[in-house]
Design a protein around this ligand. Structure first.
Ligand code: AMP
Ligand code: ZN
Ligand code: ZN
Length: 376
């Protein structure tokens, strides 16, 4: 559930989530990787690697070797192109040993990666109804044993969309939380009808949280530099900048430009961000503080999704609680009625491998970090 913040369960009545949580294992938070954007985090969840090690270091990227751009959203061509992905997703690990993976959306599940694809998958189309996505999953579970999947993914952008438009603390976002509770309730009902609730391991996760943003908390880059001298690959709250010339000058000018904007030369971002070593990380990275947006007076933020500065945003450092997501596990592999500490989403790949009895490939996570949630 995209952008489902760690505290959303407590914002409104969620009877269906409550039932899963009562019978399962809940973490205080799922801590995202930096940048706390959708694609970097979804790929970290399914590969166990930091973005600089799986290649999807942002939702919008430029690769100097390919001389091509990567961008997300419905109709995106690069999302379908396996060459962008440099780490093995869980569905490939599953397919490699002859088991079946089926995906009702997940970033990159529509691409051939390392010669493999999920046995069944869908190219992203946000207008597919929530209930139809649930029905597809139930249909897969009804397959005969020799065709049945070992791994299934589901994806919903709903809470993210509402969080951006109305802000995380709005009444509208509460409605979105309720809609997700209703939707997952239908999944639980379908599982119960098949005597599978308690037989399957169900993991509820989100990629990041959401922070309110304000129209008086905006950093205007054209107040400091001539925008003609730079190319912006990504805008806000993480700016990705290629200076056309005289790069040190631009860097120096920006470094102390705004107290709410951190400016990092490539290779010099703080270690906690794990954001140093990839050719798609550009010479200058701008990182806004929580609640702040980066744009220009001309307002040429060319990503509609992020336009304007009211509502909500994410992408900020993962050290802000507002950027934290959720983890709930339910089923035979999880301790029932257990509440545990928050953990980084890079450990989920190892957790899922353990639950399915497949060997993980090398990654940045460890199963030891999440054993506290598991039955042994
Ligand atoms: P963000 O901009 O980080 O909030 O990303 C959320 C957006 O990612 C959603 O609203 C979708 O438009 C997009 N998205 C999610 N899954 C996919 C996918 N599999 N392929 C392309 N775009 C996607
Ligand atoms: Zn997201
Ligand atoms: Zn978003």
């Amino acid at each position: 559930m995209d952008g489902f913040r760690w505290d959303y369960f407590d914002k409104t009545a969620t009877p269906n989530f409550d039932e899963i949580i009562r019978g399962g294992s809940k973490a205080a938070a799922l801590i995202p990787v930096f940048p706390t954007k959708t694609f970097p985090n979804h790929i970290s969840i399914v590969t166990g690697k930091y973005p600089e090690n799986h290649g999807i270091i942002a939702n919008r990227m430029y690769d100097p070797v390919f001389n091509e751009y990567y961008y997300i959203g419905e109709g995106s061509k690069p999302v379908l192109d396996g060459k962008w992905y440099e780490a093995e997703p869980i569905w490939v690990t599953v397919e490699k040993v002859g088991l079946k993976a089926m995906t009702m959306f997940w970033p990159a599940s529509e691409a051939e990666i390392m010669g493999y694809r999920p046995t069944e998958y869908f190219v992203y189309n946000g207008s597919i109804k929530h209930d139809d996505r649930i029905n597809q999953v139930l249909k897969w579970l009804d397959y005969p044993a020799n065709k049945r999947p070992t791994f299934i993914s589901l994806y919903f952008s709903h809470t993210d969309s509402y969080g951006h438009r109305y802000g995380p603390d709005s009444e509208k976002t509460k409605e979105a939380i309720k809609e997700m509770d209703r939707t997952i309730g239908n999944l639980v009902t379908g599982l119960k009808e098949r005597s599978l609730f308690g037989q399957v391991n169900l993991l509820l996760v989100s990629d990041h949280g959401m922070a309110p943003i304000f129209s008086d908390s905006i950093i205007y880059l054209d107040d400091y530099i001539n925008m003609e001298t730079v190319e912006m690959v990504d805008w806000t709250p993480i700016g990705s900048m290629i200076p056309a010339f005289n790069s040190l000058n631009t860097l120096d000018t920006l470094k102390d430009a705004h107290p709410k904007m951190n400016v990092y030369k490539k290779g010099e971002a703080p270690e906690r961000l794990h954001y140093r070593n990839h050719r798609r990380i550009q010479p200058i990275t701008l990182v806004a503080d929580e609640h702040w947006s980066i744009t220009t007076r001309k307002n040429d933020v060319n990503d509609d999704h992020e336009k304007g500065a009211t509502g909500g945003a994410h992408g900020y450092e993962q050290t802000y609680a507002s950027m934290h997501g959720i983890f709930v596990g339910h089923g035979p592999g999880f301790k029932p009625g257990f509440k545990g500490p928050g953990f980084s989403n890079i450990h989920l790949y190892e957790m899922m491998c353990r639950l399915m009895g497949v060997s993980p490939v090398k990654n940045d996570g460890t199963v030891d970090s999440v054993l506290v949630f598991l039955n042994n």
